[in-house]
Structures are given as structure tokens and as C-alpha cells.
Design a protein around this ligand. Structure first.
Ligand code: GLY
Length: 400
């Protein structure tokens, strides 16, 4: 790491243990206090004026609420808070029932986000408390995910019906859906999940990373030939820009790709994609919603991208030589200090979430997204905030 990134990080402090503990203590209290409203129902994808409403188990995002419940449960156990841990465990189990019901009923599962939905909820519940319903639901979700694989193009289709050229594409976010497939192979002994994950990783990484190491949000394949066709944005500012969260999914996604494949080329990809992300951060290390924007742009931030990228760096640090690992841990610790200090919710009166100033989808003249959740809390931002702090505090067995 040289030059611009060094300059950006210079003089900034790494979050210390007391700050991590205080932040996780507050998060635990907030999650426990929310259980009354959000056990039978889930938090919506994003807040309105910083307060979440309740939703049924729909959309691609509800797993992040259950994921917070499990992270809070882990923290409560570590602190010996048995009453809180008991309440969280009961809530987690009730929500696993809902996820099993959802996959059995095939409700809103015609998309690729099975990993976002089922890893932090059901895989986590199985790993942490041995939930057999969690295992059953997650294996069924993995089956659903592989049903979206196109053998000709060797990728998992993100959205929409499978037989339309306008939907014959994958998106960078999908790299986070793949650990569910590796887990399913480990659990069932059936290699088909891993093989599909491997093929998708290869196709995705070969095509979404541009020459300057920025990334495409979405990438179309040719339906006739299965060959790569072209990149396009959906939630970024414009086609050629780097949507901040897409780049953050790339940071975490390449780290997970290495973890599961052990292919050295993915370490190199991780370094490049992370380097681009870091080089385009403003001075407080929390990106604007698209990396095209910088200080003075007046554009909203996406604090969720900061936490996602920090998790990716902490994941990759597990596999790197000591010096490089320490470097990424230090960067993640600096990013998270900024998030805790200036973006995290500080009182229950301010919000029923954990982190302010995230952006789900901001409309621009050049993108195709539905505008929603601009400069609000969002549910994955809250989840990855807790995950990053948990990782920084000590050894953690990932849900991914
Ligand atoms: N995976 C969709 C998003 O990051 O908004």
C-alpha cells in the first residue's frame, strides 16, 4: 500500500477494545429491545427517518435481521448475559421457522439472494445452536439457488425469469450468496453445489473486474453463445462508475472466493479491488454511495459499504502473511472507528437501528434502479457493522 492510501490512513486511530465493547454492548441492547416488535415480523430493508417498520419475511434482506439476532446472542453469551441470550435464542428459532416456511412455500425465492437470506439466519442457527430446521431450510435454499445456474454461460442468474435475454446476467453481489453452496456440499456430501459455486466464481471474477480494478455491478452474457457480453450498472451512478457497495461486495466476495477455492489469483484480485475501494474513500473512510463522488459532492454516503469492506479485509487477513494481514486489520480497525464514532446510532431516541447514513438505491439519470432508502439505516449495514466489530474483537466462526 503506497501513496494515496497511506496518506488517507495517516494519523487515524484504530478502534480499541473498549470502543468495540461499548459499540457491541449498545448494539446488543438495541437488538434485544427490538425483539418485541421484530420477532414474529422482520425489520424492513431500510428505515424511514431512521426508524424501521415491520415486514413479513419477504424481499432479499430479512436474513440480516436474524443475523443480528445471532450476533447479539453470541455477544450476550460472551458477556454471560443469560437472560438476554435466552430471549435472542427464542427469537432466532422463531425466525428460522419462518425461513423454513418461506422456502417450503417458495415465497419470493425466484432470485439469487438465497445466501443473503439463509446464511446469516439458518446456517448461523445450525452452526450456533444446532438447529435442524435451520439446516433443512438452508439446504433447500441451496437447491433453489442452483436452479438458477446456466450451464452454457456458467453463471447463476441474478433476477427475473430464466428464459429472457434481458435477464441473462449476474451481479457482483452474488459472490456473497455462494458460501451457502459450499456449506451445502460440506453438509450433504454432494459436490454439485460446490461445482456450481466454483464455476460462477470463475465467470464472475473474470468479467466484473475492469482494467482499473473498479467493478461492474451487473454483467450480461450472450444467451445464444453463453459468452461474456457487456457490463452495466443498476444501482451505481452510471455504467462506467464504481457503485460503492458493488466494490465492497467485490472486496468481501474475492476474500470469500479465496477462502473456498484457495486459488492464489483471488488474493491478487482482492488486493486490486480493495486498493481501488480505499483509493476512492473520502477523509473519514466512509464512502459516498458511488465511488465517483468525493468530498464536496453533496451526495449521500453508504456507510454499509464501509462495514462490508472491513469484513472482507478481516476475512482475507486470516489467510495472508503476518505483515500484510496486520495491514488490512489496521485499515479495517480505522474504518470501523470512523463508523462507530460518526455514523453509529448513539441513543434509542435517534433510531431503532444501528448505523445511520446508508444508501440502498439512489436514482441517477443513468441508472435503472428504483430509488429507496437514501441516507437511512439499512438492515445489511447494521448486520455487517456487528459482524465487523465481532471480528475485530476476537476469533469468530463466520456464518458465510
Ligand atoms: N444486493 C443488493 C444491494 O446491495 O443493494
Amino acid at each position: 500500500m503506497v501513496g494515496k492510501i497511506d496518506l488517507l490512513l495517516k494519523g487515524k486511530s484504530v478502534i480499541d477494545r473498549a470502543e468495540i465493547e461499548a459499540a457491541l454492548d449498545f448494539a446488543l441492547g438495541q437488538v434485544v429491545d427490538n425483539l418485541g416488535e421484530f420477532t414474529a415480523s422482520f425489520k424492513r430493508a431500510f428505515s424511514t427517518n431512521n426508524f424501521y417498520d415491520a415486514t413479513e419475511n419477504v424481499n432479499w434482506t430479512t436474513g440480516f435481521w436474524t443475523g443480528q439476532v445471532w450476533l447479539a446472542w453470541e455477544w450476550a453469551k460472551r458477556k454471560g448475559l443469560e437472560r438476554e441470550a435466552g430471549a435472542l435464542k427464542r427469537a432466532g428459532e422463531i425466525q428460522i421457522d419462518s425461513f423454513l416456511d418461506r422456502i417450503n412455500g417458495k415465497r419470493e425465492v425466484d432470485h439469487h439472494d438465497m445466501g443473503f437470506l439463509y446464511s446469516p439466519s439458518c446456517v448461523a442457527g445450525y452452526k450456533l445452536i444446532g438447529s435442524e430446521k435451520g439446516r433443512e431450510a438452508a439446504v433447500k435454499a441451496a437447491d433453489q439457488l442452483i436452479s438458477r445456474f446456466h450451464p452454457a454461460g456458467e453463471f447463476i442468474q441474478a433476477w427475473g425469469p430464466m428464459d429472457q435475454p434481458e435477464n441473462y446476467r449476474f451481479i457482483i453481489d452474488c459472490l456473497l450468496n455462494l458460501p451457502l453452496l459450499y456449506w451445502a456440499t460440506e453438509e450433504t456430501g454432494d459436490g454439485k453445489y460446490r461445482e456450481i459455486a466454483q464455476k460462477h466464481i470463475h465467470t464472475a471474477i473474470a468479467n466484473v473486474i475492469r482494467e482499473d480494478y473498479s467493478t461492474w455491478h451487473t454483467f450480461f452474457m450472450n444467451m445464444e453463445t453463453g459468452e461474456p457480453d457487456h457490463g452495466a450498472t443498476c444501482q451505481g451512478y452510471r455504467d462506467g462508475s464504481a457503485w460503492a457497495r458493488g466494490q465492497a461486495w467485490g472486496v468481501y466476495g474475492t476474500a470469500l472466493a479465496y477462502r473456498y477455492t484457495k486459488k492464489a489469483e483471488y488474493i491478487e484480485d482482492f488486493r486490486h479491488v480493495t486498493g481501488y475501494f480505499l483509493e476512492h474513500l473520502p477523509s473519514d473512510l466512509v464512502p459516498y454511495w458511488d465511488l465517483e463522488f468525493g468530498e464536496g459532492s453533496g451526495e449521500p454516503r453508504d456507510s454499509s459499504s464501509a462495514s462490508i469492506a472491513a469484513c472482507g479485509m478481516l476475512e482475507m487477513a486470516e489467510y495472508l502473511e503476518d505483515e500484510e494481514a496486520a495491514c488490512y486489520r489496521e485499515i479495517a480497525g480505522k474504518i470501523m472507528r470512523s463508523v462507530v464514532k460518526d455514523y453509529a446510532v448513539k441513543s434509542k431516541a435517534e433510531s431503532n437501528g444501528l448505523v445511520l447514513h446508508s444508501t440502498y438505491s439512489k436514482k441517477s439519470p443513468y441508472n435503472t434502479c428504483t430509488p429507496e432508502g437514501v441516507d437511512e439505516c439499512n438492515i445489511w449495514g447494521d448486520y455487517f457493522y456487528m459482524e465487523a466489530l465481532t471480528r475485530l474483537w476476537g476469533k469468530w466462526n463466520p456464518y458465510w
